[in-house]
Design a protein around this ligand. Structure first.
Ligand SMILES: Cc1cc2nc3c(=O)[nH]c(=O)nc-3n(C[C@H](O)[C@H](O)[C@H](O)COP(=O)(O)OP(=O)(O)OC[C@H]3O[C@@H](n4cnc5c(N)ncnc54)[C@H](O)[C@@H]3O)c2cc1C
Ligand code: FES
Length: 246
């Protein structure tokens, strides 16, 4: 983990209530897919955790949905403003288990962490299928970006206004070797039940410190308690206990 001052170079609305922000610093290292950053905002005691959407040395991008005080403050920020950010947080996805035909399943703001993953998997010659789920057409983003990487992409919307009507689990393809997923907990539970292979889940649990000190994000797993911010946010399918079992 590093505490860094990053400069905003882009902050653009890309869908209804969804924004993409690019942050830069010469000292910034490349982040791993599935890792997150934690952003200090004026007047808020707790930093706000946001997944890394894209990353290269010196630059990272995030995609965030405006849901409250912190993210509303973020969408008013202009290029040139500096932010205090903790970088390099979380374990990230393990790419070694992907097999030849990995499946990526993202729901809403669970889609962003899958982009850098798709980028690195396609660069390794994997045939990636991405199923991106949203509530409605106005909230859809990322479809083109995944396509440009060479992924096969299916979009689902709960109301049927774009793509397949339903949830990501209504558009599962056959013949995938492994899966990676991120999204709201009801979606993750449905993916857990519907998938036929092993896979990795990224959890967007409520967090306190975000770097392992407060135990606020601790969850019971098959292998004992894990801090989602430190030993997660990515857990393997086989180690997950859902809330009622914890
Ligand atoms: C590891 C991790 C990665 C994340 N990645 C992203 C991302 O890439 N893009 C993105 O838009 N969001 C992401 N989130 C969620 C994001 O952190 C919250 O939406 C944000 O902190 C809300 O801050 P706020 O001040 O705007 O809202 P608040 O005023 O704090 O809350 C507004 C509403 O949002 C709900 N809320 C707040 N935090 C969460 C949360 N973690 N999970 C579910 N509901 C929440 C609250 O219950 C409340 O109803 C991630 C969270 C975690 C833990
Ligand atoms: S949020 Fe503090 S330990 Fe995870």
């Amino acid at each position: 983990m590093k505490q860094q001052i990053l400069k905003i170079t882009e902050n653009t609305r890309i869908a209804e209530n969804v924004w993409k922000m690019t942050l830069e610093s010469p000292e910034l290292e490349e982040q791993k897919p599935g890792q997150f950053v934690n952003i200090r905002l004026d007047g808020l005691y707790l930093r706000r955790p946001i997944s890394v959407y894209d990353s290269e040395p010196g630059r990272l991008a995030i995609i965030y949905k405006t849901v409250g005080k912190g993210t509303e403050q973020m969408n008013r920020m202009c290029a040139g403003k500096q932010l205090d950010v903790l970088t390099g947080l979380g374990n990230g996805y393990d790419l070694k288990k992907a097999g030849d035909r990995p499946l990526l399943l993202g729901g809403g703001v669970g889609v962003p962490p899958l982009y850098l993953l798709a980028k690195q998997l396609t660069a390794r010659g994997k045939q990636v299928t991405a199923v991106l789920g949203f509530n409605t057409k106005a909230e859809v983003f990322g479809e083109e970006a995944f396509r440009e990487l060479g992924c096969r992409v299916t979009v689902t919307t709960a109301d049927g206004s774009l793509g397949t009507k339903g949830f990501v689990t209504d558009a599962l393809p056959d013949g995938y070797s492994y899966f990676y997923t991120c999204g709201p907990e009801p979606m993750l539970k449905a993916v857990y039940r519907a998938t036929k292979t092993s896979g990795q889940f990224s959890f967007e649990e409520r967090m306190g410190c975000g770097f392992g000190a407060c135990m606020g994000c601790s969850c019971r797993t098959v292998t004992g308690y894990k801090r989602i911010c430190r030993e997660g946010p990515v857990l393997e399918k086989e180690e997950i206990l859902w809330a009622k079992d914890r």
